[in-house]
Design a protein around this ligand. Structure first.
Ligand SMILES: C[S@@+](CC[C@H](N)C(=O)[O-])C[C@H]1O[C@@H](n2cnc3c(N)ncnc32)[C@H](O)[C@@H]1O
Length: 206
């Protein structure tokens, strides 16, 4: 398996600190959705440093795990006290059984992947979450509700990261890939954050 070191040791170390203020309301909202739904077993696909799982645990949702492909991000998750909770696995081809989870989270991850990989991750979430379970996506959203400052800041951040990541982001946004992946699923809830540049979608698995 590739080690996918797009996330340097340094970036992994500062990730939670830099993002704490912008993402805290989003993380809390995701935890609230899961808590209100009474979802028992939760998987955070592409969990990074495990920060969302920390919020789940604070909300009393203990039975959650995460997977990620980056050693540096996983080491940070382990430093965050999630040693047996965040595991190394490719989210586009997991080893979980069908219908194993009540909810899956894909947060700030689909946009940075190659389109085929992003689609595989989304399909994998549908496979491992039971019918009627929740597929929760947090990702960028550009439409009439997005304020110019939100678009500008998002593009600046993604351009700063650069490389494949930026190319994938542009393709993801330009081709509205999330709406293609989720076509036909019913949306239980949709919220917007950060000047309308980030969406939180709660889909019901079919
Ligand atoms: C921007 S970070 C988001 C991390 C976390 N979900 C969050 O909300 O902060 C994207 C993460 O996706 C992970 N990732 C990318 N491709 C992956 C794959 N095929 N399988 C598992 N993780 C992947 C990266 O290693 C990285 O940790």
């Amino acid at each position: 398996m590739s080690t996918h070191n797009h996330y340097s040791h340094f970036l992994a170390r500062i990730y939670d600190k830099v993002l704490h203020i912008p993402v805290r309301n989003i993380r809390s909202s995701v935890a609230k959705v899961i808590k209100n739904n009474g979802s028992g077993r939760v998987i955070d696909l592409c969990c990074g440093t495990g920060n969302q799982i920390v919020y789940l645990r604070k909300a009393g949702i203990e039975n959650s795990i995460g997977i990620d492909i980056s050693d540096n991000m996983l080491h940070q998750a382990w430093r965050n006290g999630l040693k047996d909770v965040c595991l190394k696995m490719d989210a586009s081809a997991t080893t979980f059984h069908n219908d194993e989870f009540d909810a899956a989270i894909m947060s700030f991850s689909l946009h940075e992947m190659h389109a085929d990989t992003a689609q595989k991750v989304f399909l994998e979430s549908k496979r491992i979450v039971k019918p009627g379970g929740l597929l929760i996506v947090v990702d960028y959203c550009f439409d009439e509700q997005t304020q110019p400052v939100g678009r500008f800041a998002t593009r600046a951040v993604e351009r700063f990261v650069g490389g494949d990541h930026y190319r994938n982001f542009k393709y993801f946004m330009g081709n509205a890939l999330l709406s293609k992946f989720s076509d036909g699923l019913s949306v239980r809830e949709k919220k917007r954050f950060l000047f309308g540049a980030v969406g939180l979608w709660v889909y019901i698995n079919d």
